[in-house]
Ligand binder design. Sequence first.
Ligand SMILES: C[S@@+](CC[C@H](N)C(=O)[O-])C[C@H]1O[C@@H](n2cnc3c(N)ncnc32)[C@H](O)[C@@H]1O
Length: 234
Amino acid sequence: MKSTLLFDSPAYLEINEARWLVAKQVLSDVTESGVATNTAYDFGSGPGWFSKRLHDIGLNVHALEGRQDLVELGRKRAPECHFQTFDFDGADAEVLPAPRDFSLAYGILYHLENPLRSLRMMAKMTKNVMLLETMVIPGEKEFARVVKENPNETQGIQPLAMILTQSAVERAIWACGFDYLYKINAPINHPDFQSSSERHERRCIWVMSRVPINLRDFCPLDMKEPQRADYWKK
Ligand SMILES: C[S@@+](CC[C@H](N)C(=O)[O-])C[C@H]1O[C@@H](n2cnc3c(N)ncnc32)[C@H](O)[C@@H]1O
């Protein structure tokens, strides 16, 4: 079995703690808004750091992870959760596990060959609310960049992945059919979420929902139709 040295490194745990604070607050706000979060997916779960925490605050967790050895590790580390080997790039988009109330999609989208298709699959598996965190490339428009993945267990299964700009992520969420979209507007205690003169904001977090919710650290975004009627033409 492969080591989880990278998943257990201080840098990894530091960003996990910062992202968990956001997830915990979102779950509390969603529940207060009267929306069910009893059952959850953890998409691209790795060995289950977030799966375990979701379980510990009372959710019934189904973790989907592309690497079989990480699934086995997850089963050991979070035996209360259900782990399944599932490859977002290879799976049949028409034959998906049943929808669950809440989905956590942390650290997975930017490791995928086809983030647009995968996001639609994730949306189909989400009954109420999805919390998405991903790396982004700089830029105002809806662009993507093809990048080479590092050959280690925290990265994509395929050699190449496609990373989107923030606007491209938001357009992809629009295409998934969620009616409500919220973007984080509170500081997150990790440099990857901050921009400076030397470094652009490398990560961002969104919540998408089927019904309106009150989220204290997020602002609502308009899910606007594209401006041109023939927007699909090249
Ligand atoms: C950066 S880790 C994120 C782990 C955890 N979600 C987190 O945020 O800390 C990316 C995870 O996605 C998994 N992964 C990569 N490509 C995948 C794919 N095509 N389908 C499912 N899981 C994939 C990797 O094996 C790895 O466990």
